[in-house]
Design a protein around this ligand. Structure first.
Ligand code: GLN
Length: 489
């Protein structure tokens, strides 16, 4: 059962030579062979390359390299298909990149490799990270390991499922409006969206550049903290990355919440919230109180406008970012009589319907005559949302909410109704608009069918230590994270 280990457990065993990196990697590959035919979390993986990296890690361990020097030495970590790994395919869940292979490593990948991780596999996702269910992948849907007829959440559905079903020890995803936290909640694992600027975006294919952030999925809060410690930090190749040093996140995980003040936004506990989700989150709040935290009601008055402004800003940025996929620079091309016809045919054939919808919407809200009415106004609302949060953080250390209004929904249930799909992000997008950090941790299950529920903890910019501390204390006081999905049985 090596594949079931957490990073902390595996590195302890590796250090004691009770397990080798090769065995750990092989255990993940075996688990993929066992369950991924039903889950489809992976788009591809290169077993021989993964095992070669594992053998190099074993040689380093043999030579006396420690986990204090290389914190992820020998740990298999899989990667969302939107992050560049040298020599591996990079498709962003889209057909438009064709057989493109990345010629370089993203900064986060360089950092993972420097830390000794076995970096393997391409994880399924909504095309260009646009979606909340992983149904928008051009390569087929990923299934929820708790109920194969349900979606895992998105857009990093593959990253969440691979961790929840023990196909890797940890993974990377990206979060523009909830794409790490939502699938973590719906698939039953931990997902951390770092503060905007905490992690370099160099080598992350851009969706909405002012909102995108790479972050980890893990089986425990401690694992997410360890991963963030490795991938975080300033990068001269991403001018929006912040120069602040990376703290030792794991050191803040002491389980003690005495003296901490946590805010409950009253706007997040009304209408639309599934009663079972509400009950689970209320019980979690009680647990946090018992652990010594003081809970206070707060108000985030502009919450109602978050979804509307997010879907204007994100689509506007996407329409600009996706202009580069033109059949000239990268990937697939469909020829035409002249360049304009070639662009049209290439983009017409290469992009799926949701990506096209976003490009059309984004181009519209940026067009002359509509720019002020939509884009500019959305930017003003974004400032108001950020101010709501910064005001709240003057009195509270972190904010506690549900991660999503419902547990996992059926595959196909919302696919024909984009607005219903967009509304799933209601509790996650404000964090991105305001540039905050946030985590989702398992906090219970629905009764029938049994589906995971996520608790979201939000922190101020660079407030990861407080967020991780609260999440860890909660996790250690409960056993939700230890439950395994039935897909294995
Ligand atoms: N569901 C949201 C969207 O489709 C968020 C996606 C994300 O965070 N990448 O835009």
């Amino acid at each position: 059962m090596i594949h079931r280990l957490t990073i902390s457990e595996l590195t302890t065993k590796l250090a004691r030579r009770e397990v080798s990196a090769r065995e750990a990697t092989q255990a993940c590959l075996d688990q993929i062979a066992r369950v991924d035919g039903r889950l489809h979390a992976f788009l591809s993986h290169h077993a021989a390359d993964a095992l070669a990296q594992a053998e190099a890690a074993d040689a380093a361990l043999q030579a006396g390299v420690t986990h204090a020097q290389k914190p992820l030495l020998g740990v298999p970590v899989a990667v969302k298909d939107v992050i560049a790994v040298k020599g591996q395919p990079l498709n962003c869940g889209s057909k438009i990149l064709g057989h493109y292979v990345s010629p370089f490593d993203a900064t986060v990948i360089e950092k993972l490799k420097d830390a000794g991780a076995v970096v393997f596999g391409r994880l399924n996702m909504d095309e260009f990270a646009m979606g909340s269910s992983t149904e928008n992948s051009a390569f087929g849907v990923t299934h929820n390991p708790w109920d194969l007829t349900r979606a895992p959440g998105g857009s990093s559905g593959g990253s969440a499922v691979a961790v929840a079903a023990d196909e890797c020890i940890a993974s990377l995803g990206s979060d523009t409006g909830g794409s790490i936290r939502l699938p973590a909640a719906l698939s039953g694992c931990v997902g951390l969206k770092p503060t905007y600027g905490r992690v370099s975006r160099y080598g992350l294919v851009a969706y909405a550049s002012s909102l995108d952030q790479i972050g980890p999925f893990g089986k425990t809060v401690r694992d997410a903290a360890l991963m963030l410690g490795v991938i975080g930090g300033h990068d001269p190749r991403d001018s929006t990355s912040v120069p602040q040093p990376v703290p030792d996140y794991a050191a803040t995980l002491d389980g003690n919440l005495r003296g901490l003040k946590l805010g409950l936004p009253k706007e997040y506990f009304v209408g639309g919230l599934d009663p079972e989700v509400k009950r689970a989150v209320e019980a979690a709040v009680k647990t946090l109180q018992e652990l010594g935290a003081e809970l206070v009601e707060i108000s985030l008055p502009h919450s109602d406008y978050a979804i509307a402004s997010y879907y204007i800003i994100a689509t506007a940025e996407a329409s600009a970012n996706l202009a580069r996929f033109d059949g000239v620079r990268y990937g697939a091309r469909v020829d035409g009589a002249d360049p304009i016809e070639m662009y049209g045919r290439t983009r017409g054939a290469g992009f799926g319907p949701e990506v096209k919808r976003r490009i059309v919407l984004g181009t519209y809200v940026l067009s002359s005559g509509y720019y002020d009415a939509y884009y500019l106004r959305a930017q003003k609302v974004r400032t108001l949302i950020r101010q709501d949060f910064l005001r709240a953080f003057e009195t509270v250390d972190a904010i506690v909410t549900p991660t999503s209004p419902t547990a996992a929904f059926k595959i196909g249930e919302k696919a024909d109704d984009p607005l219903q799909m967009y509304l799933i992000d209601i509790f996650t997008v404000p964090c991105n608009l305001a540039g905050l950090c946030g985590i989702s941790v398992p906090c219970g299950f629905t009764a029938s069918p049994k589906l995971p529920i996520g608790l979201q903890i939000l922190g101020k910019p660079l407030g990861e230590p407080a967020v991780l501390k609260v999440a860890h204390a909660y996790e250690q006081a409960t056993a939700w994270h230890k439950q395994k999905p039935p897909v294995d049985g």
